[in-house]
Design a protein around this ligand. Sequence first.
Ligand code: ADP
Ligand code: MG
Length: 266
Amino acid sequence: GNLSENPGIKKVSKLSGPDNFIQFRDLHKTYSNQLVVMDGLNLDMRSDDRLVIIGPSGSGKSTLLRVIMGLEGIERGEIRFEGQTYISGASNGLGNIDSEIQKKIGMVFQHYTLFPHLSVLSNLTLAPMKVRGMSREDATESARHYMRLLGLESKLDNYPGQLSGGQKQRVAIARALMLQPQLMLFDEVTSALDPEMVLEVQNVMMKLAEQKMAMLIVTHDMNFARDIATRVVFCAEGRVVEDGPPEQIFKCPQQPRTREFLNKVL
Ligand code: ADP
Ligand code: MG
């Protein structure tokens, strides 16, 4: 199909070279001693990158995000964050993680992960108060700020069950932003939404892009990938097969494996 251009977002190209924001080096991960999901994965990300990862279902995209978030270990390899070792592999698959760096990363999942018994406001203020020791006043002020930014200020006193799917995902994004991450991970955050709600969540992500948030995004929505990405990374069989600006990946992919995949999904 036709891919629409979004002229509203300024792309930042990687032509100016790496800035050592995040480096993935030779990552290896196996599930249950037999399913290889990372097989020497290498990747670099700049602090001004919005990197969209595409690839076949089961190719390990969610696993990669969970590893970066520290929810899953690796057996070999290293992830560096601003030049420092963040995660290093260990043969038992647990790996080692720097918990101070871990705090700089936020993640939003496909399925809503709000606490159903807490109001939106409490969902937002819980972690900043408990984990970061923020005062209730500051946390509430910050919650108002993010809810205003995401167009949800009137929902602060509602419970998750009273929100639409799109609103819940926007609250989940706001909740991650409350911890002031330097990197946001999005794993198919619109896949479980009704079509009319997809755009409201994507627009929020576009807004973060305008504010130069570093983002690593997994999506099946190729139009959105094209609009938001500074770079698109095609992964298969545990490695990066092709990595380039969206124009290259979608208009003239260099690798046969990428072409084959795009022919199926476009
Ligand atoms: P993707 O997000 O690209 O669809 P995933 O990272 O979810 O891929 O999964 C990659 C592969 O690893 C799939 O074959 C999946 O079934 C398998 N897998 C994912 N999580 C686990 C797990 N906790 N234990 C065993 N296998 C898993
Ligand atoms: Mg997945």
